[in-house]
Design a protein around this ligand. Structure first.
Ligand code: FDA
Length: 292
């Protein structure tokens, strides 16, 4: 019902670049002209039939061809529940393989987003199996989860993984996730230190720091200033529509910046997560009702 309301559609457009790949690719070109990279995401998650999963797989694979055709600098992000994880993990693995093979053929890279903690284990298993065949796949970890430090130390650093660190956007129970923002932030800084340590880098770990939080960004920039790491040792990542000023200033300072650019018709859950993150965004939604 909400997806049919014009004011909700208008408000969602702050975070969602458009409904089609043809609308998304020029936006990526604009970012590239500002010296900013992208990762494209076709919205969609929790598909419940094999047919929907195959359709999503075709849509996601088509992004890789679109990137090549348009000659823009972007890789791809996807969700495993979009590839059929909730239908059958084996089907999901097979669909992921199709995407990864196409990415390998085109010399591109695929990032597997991390979803709610009910699928963390199976997401790691599918990622690890895929990585045996494809070095061009990376994973996301969430600093809000209590388990993440162990995952980093025991799985990701030894494997020399490509990791995007974020805080986590899903509502989690306190036995699995830190309930206080201060704990999530402290965990984010600890994980940043682990991922960017000399040992991790010598094992080939590649790190993306995905946040708009200036305190987290400062933590990384201080390491650069102290000479512990170079600007080429990591990238900053942010979401389309959030803190564009910060995105541009980091790029102008010579940091690698990549924006997560979402498009598609299935914007409702993504939009709700963006609203939930920041109460002020609800006012933004209300303003759109009156603008209409
Ligand atoms: P925090 O929430 O503390 O916000 C810091 C500041 O950022 C705020 O004060 C505000 O200025 C700004 N801000 C943050 N969110 C905003 C919003 N919605 N609207 C307006 N301003 C906002 N999560 C996940 O669970 N799995 C995943 O795979 C990913 N992938 C991912 C990729 C990328 C590139 C990014 C940047 C983020 C994700 N996330 C994610 C989302 C992430 O977990 C988190 O929910 C958001 O990034 C918000 O957290 P911050 O780190 O920005 O900090």
């Amino acid at each position: 019902m909400i997806m049919g309301l014009p004011f909700a559609k208008r408000a969602a457009r702050r975070f969602v670049v458009g409904e089609t790949l043809d609308e998304a690719l020029p936006a990526v070109g604009d970012l590239n002209r500002d010296g900013i990279l992208a990762t494209l995401d076709l919205l969609g998650e929790d598909v419940m039939t094999p047919q929907e999963a195959r359709q999503s797989t075709a849509g996601v694979t088509g992004i890789l061809d679109g990137i090549r055709r348009a000659g823009v600098k972007s890789n791809l992000s996807l969700k495993l529940t979009q590839m059929g994880l909730r239908v059958d993990p084996q089907l999901c693995q097979e669909n992921l393989e199709v995407v990864l093979q196409r990415a390998s053929d085109l010399g591109n890279f695929v990032r597997i987003d991390m979803e709610g903690s009910d699928v963390t284990d199976v997401t790691f298993r599918i990622y690890e199996k895929a990585r045996e065949r494809h070095p061009n796949v990376g994973i996301v970890i969430q600093s809000c989860l209590r388990r993440t430090e162990k995952d980093v130390l025991e799985r990701l650093i030894p494997a020399g993984a490509s990791v995007r660190l974020c805080k986590g956007a899903y509502n989690e129970p306190p036995d699995r996730a830190f309930p206080q923002k201060s704990e999530v932030d402290a965990s984010f800084k600890r994980l940043t230190d682990l991922l960017l340590s000399p040992e991790s880098r010598s094992r080939g770990v590649r790190t993306a720091i995905a946040t708009h939080d200036e305190a987290m960004i400062r933590h990384v920039k201080d390491k650069v200033a102290r000479g512990e790491i170079g600007k080429g040792d990591f990238e900053f990542q942010m979401l389309y529509g959030i803190r564009r000023d910060l995105q541009q200033s980091l790029a102008q300072e010579g940091h690698t910046v990549r924006i997560y650019v979402t498009f598609g018709t299935q914007w409702y859950p993504y939009f709700m997560r963006r609203l939930a993150e920041r109460p002020a965004n609800v006012l933004f939604l209300v303003r759109n009702i009156f603008r209409g």
